[in-house]
Design a protein. Structure first.
Length: 233
């Protein structure tokens, strides 16, 4: 089993690359892919660049070009649920594109014909994350993640996304990766650690906490890969 490990920004994958035994760098479609081994498991690591288009391209490449059969995403998010503070972890149960809007034609937000408002993440990987959380003694919230091509730093937009999608956190890649994995029938898992609260301080908080929160997420994700390695998939 070859596992794709993805982030959107260098900060999100650097802590992961540091843990690999060794890796080879390949350029493809204007991006870099790091093929390596972690505890005997074949992994391909990449950061996509920010946003839905780049993340969809990278997820597709990891699956179709590099032959990955499972995709794990690690990164940071803005909190919507008030239970979430900076550094806390959230696992996506399902994801939606909050900026997808053809409501003028009578469709709900986040929906286009032949698509769905939400895409559900792999239940087995969510179960595995619960085991890892228990073993590590850390709390991980399971919730809905909303994705769009906007950094949200505005209470009104945040309220709209909260009310429309019942979202617990917001970011810029999860739902597009989810659409790709769902279409290509590859189990996927999206993990985020909170860097800000998508409010007027979000830009400032993001800059301050992106690195530390990205590392919290990456460290947890690699514990999950430890477990997967033990299963000899
Ligand atoms: N990723 C981290 N914080 C975010 C925010 N406030 N909006 C969108 N994506 C984010």
């Amino acid at each position: 089993m070859k596992i794709a490990i993805m982030g959107a920004m260098p900060e999100e994958v650097e802590p992961i690359l540091k843990k690999l035994d060794s890796y080879k760098t390949t350029e493809f479609a204007k991006n870099r892919y790091y093929e390596g081994k972690y505890k005997g498991v074949d992994v391909v690591v990449a950061y996509s660049k920010i946003g839905k288009v780049f993340s969809a391209l990278t997820a597709t490449t990891l699956i179709e070009h590099f032959g990955c059969e499972m995709l794990l995403f690690s990164g940071v998010a803005g909190a919507i649920n008030e239970k979430l503070s900076i550094g806390d972890l959230i696992v996506a149960t399902k994801l939606s594109q909050h900026d997808l809007d053809i409501t003028i034609f009578g469709h709900p937000y986040g929906f286009v014909p032949e698509g769905s408002v939400y895409v559900e993440a792999d239940k087995n990987l969510i179960e595995l994350s619960k085991k890892v959380a228990k073993d590590l003694g850390v709390e991980v919230l399971e919730g809905i993640i909303a994705t769009g091509d906007q950094f949200i730093a505005d209470e009104e937009k945040k309220e709209f996304i909260k009310n429309t999608f019942k979202a617990d956190a917001i970011e810029m890649e999860g739902a597009s990766v989810a659409v790709v994995c769902d279409a290509l029938k590859v189990p996927f898992f999206i993990l985020r650690s909170i860097s800000d609260a998508a409010d007027m301080d979000a830009g400032f908080n993001f800059e301050e906490f992106v690195e530390s929160s990205a590392k919290i997420s990456a460290d947890f994700l690699m514990k999950m890969v430890d477990e997967l390695a033990g299963k000899n998939l």
